[in-house]
Design a protein around this ligand. Structure first.
Ligand code: AMP
Length: 430
């Protein structure tokens, strides 16, 4: 019989066996973010379409090809978020956060949506961890954000990350760079894809970001002789760039300058960075970010600098999975083993104990042997055996499944005994 429904193309179900890894990664990330003083913000999964069109740029792939845009029943023009920053900045302005302190450190985690061609490590719904540092124009802010990025990955067990960095300058220097690039690519223009030729007219820098494999090859071959963005920076831009490089070196963060790095969105200024894990093949970017000093003004707010990043959680977790990494097994709690006559007691005892401990029990009135076997497999630390005779005497038996030792004692002492000996709840992996 064919199934009537499957998950929509490009989406996937995360099943209970996979989720401990996600929960572990999320918990570790929350710890790192808290130590850096970042506070969580949750914005809607959909926003006005116009918000994304304005900030990401109409010509960006995200807006022109990948947006989940829809009309609701009230005829509003909406879109599922393809990234976090625009929504976070909208909320920042809408709630006048700028009036509540000069610098804001914010983070968000959740699903984002892009209509791309699905493949390994590339989905239409995927999860991002996003962080923003709003209000500081200094290179130190860029360095902090990059350090946070690296420290998140280190907390997940990654080592030897290298951060690729570039400076995109200001809109004015970028225009000058675009002109230089257009002139420089003129001799090979007709060899480029139609898409790149079009970009060369509308937004030449986007050519560096081409997804066309032949164009990519060509760009790669030309890379060493191509005009470099950092050569077109103005004085302030150059000072900022040098400050960022010095800061990264001082913190011992491995980095390399990638002159072709442009990022996919139009709102970036100055610093742009990206981190790749080559073991992922074509979809190798683990995350990236940069400075977006003009963005808040673009949304009608006061000129406010900002810098941030987005990490692709699906890819980070894919790498951990491929390396065979699993979170430490949660130390188990109690497995209740009941007889026919003690089944009702089992239900009420389980409910009582679940206020404090992780408790499993068999609802199917299986034989004692089958229940003990299930208890052994469950990962529980204790089997709580409710034998008929013991229960009549007001007693219970606790078997330590890790050592095999067991004791029988008054039921009134059960909670105190578990508190003294058993882990209070399924322990969080450290
Ligand atoms: P971006 O802001 O486009 O650089 O996205 C940030 C990160 O999100 C990327 O580096 C990827 O790790 C991840 N990402 C982007 N698009 C997808 C996708 N379609 N599926 C899975 N992860 C993605």
């Amino acid at each position: 019989m064919g199934l009537k429904h499957q998950a929509p193309r490009g989406t996937r179900d995360l099943l209970p066996d996979e989720l401990p890894r996600w929960q572990w990664a999320e918990a570790r990330a929350r710890g790192v973010l808290a130590h850096y003083g970042y506070r969580e913000i949750r914005t809607p999964v959909f926003e006005d379409y116009e918000l994304f069109a304005r900030t990401s740029g109409e010509a960006s792939d995200i807006v022109s090809k990948e947006m989940y845009r829809f009309k609701d029943l009230g005829d509003r023009d909406l879109a599922l978020r393809p990234e976090f920053t625009a929504g976070v900045m909208r909320a920042y302005l809408e709630h006048s956060l700028s009036g509540q302190g000069r610098v804001h450190r914010l983070w968000s985690m959740g699903p984002v949506f892009r209509y791309g061609r699905p493949q390994k490590g590339r989905y239409r719904q995927f999860a991002q961890l996003n962080a923003e540092l709003i209000g500081s124009p200094t290179p130190g802010a860029d360095v902090e954000v990059i350090a946070l990025f690296v420290d998140l990955f280190e907390a997940w067990g990654f080592t030897n990350l290298t951060v690729a960095v570039n400076s995109l300058g200001t809109p004015a220097t970028r225009r000058a760079y675009g002109d230089a690039l257009r002139r420089w690519l003129e001799p090979v223009r007709t060899e480029l894809s139609a898409d790149s030729q079009q970009r060369l007219v509308t937004n030449p820098m986007r050519v560096l970001d081409t997804k066309d494999p032949k164009d990519q090859e060509k760009m790669h071959a030309l890379a060493s002789a191509m005009p470099r963005m950092i050569d077109t920076l103005d004085e302030a831009g150059r000072a900022h760039w040098n400050g960022v490089l010095e800061g990264l070196t001082a913190l011992g963060i491995a980095h390399e300058v990638d002159h072709g790095l442009v990022r996919g969105l139009d709102y970036y200024t100055h610093t742009a960075f990206e981190v790749h894990d080559r073991s992922l093949g074509a979809q190798s970017a683990l995350g990236g970010g940069g400075r977006y000093d003009g963005l808040i003004e673009m949304l009608g707010g006061p000129a406010t600098p900002g810098v941030g990043f987005a990490i692709g959680l699906d890819r980070a977790l894919l790498v951990l999975e491929e390396r065979g990494w699993a979170p430490p097994a949660a130390a188990g709690g109690v497995y209740v083993v009941a007889m026919e006559a003690t089944r009702t007691l089992a239900l009420s005892l389980a409910r009582e104990l679940r206020r404090e401990f992780a408790v499993e029990l068999d609802l199917d009135a299986r034989a004692f042997g089958a229940q003990m076997k299930a208890a052994g497999k469950s990962g529980a630390h204790w089997a709580l055996i409710l034998g008929e005779d013991e229960v009549k005497r007001g007693e219970v038996t606790l078997k330590d499944l890790t050592t095999g030792g067991q004791t029988t004692f008054p039921r009134a002492q059960l909670v105190a005994t578990l508190r003294a000996g058993a882990p209070a709840t399924a322990e969080r992996p450290r």
